[in-house]
Design a protein around this ligand. Structure first.
Ligand code: SF4
Length: 479
């Protein structure tokens, strides 16, 4: 469907102090944790029934949509060292022969997918993630990029990003990334405090990070993004504020400040983290609140959830213009396209289908050796899923929902279709998270800090898990 016209969101850099105080006092009453909604339905709902035949049919539908540009995600799973907090799908190895083989298979997967699409499609947004994409040596990087550009046309005015481990990147490597056409870099930092770094097994000096940022500026990269994590062992409000001060000397265009989720039963490396050194819940909350105050006072726009951007960055501009969207990398400016995922565990979104590749290299290689696309699971979206995805996306990206636009776009009576959800919203409205009337839902500054909680009201699958009856929307005029 064409996106409804959305009111612009003010690019405020001074966060509402009252909202932060209310946020603190709500702690314990409302749990702000929940899905990040990088997709809806969320990836934990994907099913094994999605096989390569269904993916091929989705690619055929995507082919019919030509010449619409595409997004691409490439997963490079290798890392030389383990970070104890890690929850990514990665392979820890110092054996670089493993990546040489992986690159061959990546090129084969690209050839199969592109062959089905029939022509060299334009790509508006590409992202290399991992693992550590810069684990690849220069020759391997050139081979991957050569395969990409053989099959796809990477638009020069598009966003072409790569995740970088500053501990492994020299000036020469940065120059190579620029030469290959990357215009955005994303740096893992997490924390500059040495005691924290030692506890998470990721010692990375400020100077290493600074040198990469300076090289990126010299080489004309359009955007530098940094990832931090709060809730790590030995962090305190004061110590994390010192890290933020050092980050601010580098003035990244975008910042993601993620909450550490300690789940050692799910992520084995986390068993090496000393639980006794983790900040208690109250301290963790204080770190978050103080970070939001600190960054917004320094001129950053709070985009939402864990993202901040300078006012002249594309992300802040897109939000102000009502063009912001969600994709698997979080908030994005070019997320409205079909996305192809390449490599182990990569997720794509093609013609109303989510597709996720096999998690292990053995399974991935075996499928490609048999001439099959290495799809392991996925999800075919229903009319109901499309509708709820639109609503959740609007709330998370724009902080508002134009009910009349949704009714007109989807041919539904909102109040009748979502009667139980509206009752759920009213409970959150009494806590001050939103305001609503018959024509719109508006998230308050407090609600922006807890927006996942608001979005969860519209998550059909969570409601079903809670044993609530949810009538399915079967007809929608446009999806
Ligand atoms: S956090 Fe990143 S660099 Fe560290 S082990 Fe995980 S994927 Fe590798």
């Amino acid at each position: 469907m064409s996106a409804p016209t959305l009111p612009s969101m003010p690019a405020t850099t001074a966060f509402d102090r009252r909202a932060l105080a209310d946020f603190r006092s709500l702690a314990g009453r409302i749990d702000g944790n929940g899905p990040r909604y990088t997709s809806y339905p969320t990836a934990d709902r994907f099913e094994a029934e999605m096989d390569d035949a269904r993916y091929l049919a989705a690619l055929d539908a995507c082919r019919a949509d030509s010449p619409a540009p595409l997004s691409l995600y490439l997963h490079i799973p290798f890392c030389e060292n383990i970070c104890y907090y890690c929850g990514c799908n990665k392979i820890i190895t110092k054996d670089h022969a493993r990546s040489a083989r992986y690159v061959d298979y990546l090129a084969r997967e690209m050839a199969m997918v592109a062959g089905r699409l029939g022509e060299r499609r334009a790509v508006m947004q590409s992202h290399w993630g991992g693992g550590t994409p810069t684990f690849l040596d220069p020759d391997e990087m050139r081979r991957v990029m050569a395969a990409l550009t053989q099959h796809f046309h990477l638009l020069p005015d598009g966003e072409h990003a790569i995740e970088i481990d500053p501990r492994r990147v020299t000036d020469a490597r940065m120059a190579l990334l620029a030469e290959l056409g990357f215009n955005r870099i994303s740096l893992g930092v997490q924390d500059f405090d040495l005691k924290v770094q030692q506890a998470i097994h990721r010692v990375q000096s400020y100077e290493e990070t600074r040198d990469v940022v300076l090289a990126a500026r010299r080489l004309g990269f359009r955007s530098v993004s940094m990832d931090l994590i709060y809730g790590l062992p030995h962090q305190t409000t004061e110590r994390f504020a010192a890290t933020i001060d050092r980050v601010l000397t580098l003035r990244p265009d975008r910042l993601s400040v993620y909450s550490y989720a300690h789940l050692p039963h799910v992520f084995k490396p986390q068993r090496r983290i000393d639980e006794a050194a983790l900040p208690p819940a109250g301290e963790k909350l204080d770190i978050l609140v103080s970070t939001i105050e600190h960054l917004t006072a320094a001129g950053y726009v709070y985009i939402g959830m864990d993202h901040f951007a300078l006012p002249d960055d594309d992300l802040a501009i897109a939000q102000q213009a009502g063009r912001l969207q969600r994709n698997f990398q979080g908030y994005a400016t070019h997320a409205g396209h079909d996305q192809l995922g390449f490599g182990v565990s990569a997720i794509g979104a093609v013609a109303g289908h989510y597709v996720q590749n096999a998690r292990t290299t053995d399974e991935y290689y075996a499928a490609l050796d048999e001439g099959r696309l290495p799809v392991a699971r996925g999800f075919g979206m229903s009319v109901d899923d499309h509708l709820r995805k639109t609503i959740i996306g609007a709330l998370m990206c724009h902080g508002t929902l134009d009910i009349a636009a949704v009714e007109a776009g989807h041919g539904i009576d909102f109040a009748r279709t979502f009667a139980p959800e509206l009752a759920g919203l009213d409970a959150l409205a009494t806590e001050g998270l939103l305001r609503r009337d018959a024509s719109r839902i508006d998230i308050t500054p407090l609600g922006r800090l807890l927006v996942r909680r608001v979005a969860m009201v519209f998550d059909r699958y969570l409601r079903q898990d809670a044993g609530r009856e949810v009538p399915l929307v079967r007809y929608s005029r446009v999806v």
